[in-house]
Design a protein around this ligand. Structure first.
Ligand code: ZN
Length: 218
């Protein structure tokens, strides 16, 4: 799943726990992806390009079921006992696990149960069908917006970022050559997407809340 729709998951969590700050929730749903970017930079994980397509190949440390759950438990412990905020600890842990669960639906078969065993690998492979992928992700993003009862700016953020993802979803063959020649490029593009979607979702989801707050204060 692409960055904007992972970020949209934070809206579902926020709606169920309105008192929690949004930014840590946005971090939680992308924590696993931030690890992936870092592990690709340092060479612990890697992707490949073959048959005109990107394959994520090796991502057992950031994206296995075990590491997703481990990261969630660890986050829970740090926030619950370190920051004494049980509600945020639970919400953050749900956000972390949501990432791997959603990726299992979209990825090719590349998500291991744990970093220790190469098989079995999970993934329904929706990414292999770009148009279907686009429709499902877009519908999910819109659903999150609707569930959250977001404002128009947030809706446009979700629409625009989904549409911008379409050329990336459809890219194949020669269009992928730069990623072959410069392996740091793909993690950098993903990191940029994570950061920019954090910014816009945070900005427009929060502005709605401020408005609501000021109305309720009156
Ligand atoms: Zn991911």
């Amino acid at each position: 799943m692409y960055a904007i729709n992972h970020a949209a998951t934070a809206l579902l969590i926020k709606k169920n726990a309105p008192k929690l700050p949004l930014f840590p929730l946005l971090v939680s749903v992308q924590l696993v992806e931030v690890f992936w970017v870092f592990f690709n930079y340092v060479g612990w994980e890697h992707f490949s390009i073959s048959g005109g397509k990107v394959h994520l190949d090796f991502l057992p440390y950031s994206h296995s079921i075990f590491s997703g759950i481990a990261a969630a438990v660890l986050s829970f412990c740090v926030i619950n006992w370190g920051y004494k905020n049980r509600q945020l600890a639970i919400a953050f842990a749900i956000g972390v696990v949501s990432h791997v669960m959603i990726d299992v639906i979209f990825h090719e078969k590349d998500i291991q149960l744990s970093p220790f065993f190469a098989k079995p690998v999970l993934g329904l492979g929706i990414l292999d069908y770009p148009i279907l992928n686009f429709i499902i992700e877009f519908a999910y993003g819109l659903f999150c917006w609707w569930y959250f009862k977001g404002n128009k700016a947030l809706l446009w953020t979700i629409i625009i970022f989904n549409v911008l993802d379409l050329p990336i979803m459809l890219s194949h063959g020669d269009a992928l050559t730069p990623f072959v020649n410069y392996p740091f490029l793909l993690p950098s593009v993903i990191l940029f997407q994570i950061l920019i979607t954090w910014y816009f979702v945070f900005r427009y989801a929060s502005s709605k809340n401020e408005k609501q707050q000021s109305v309720s204060e009156i």
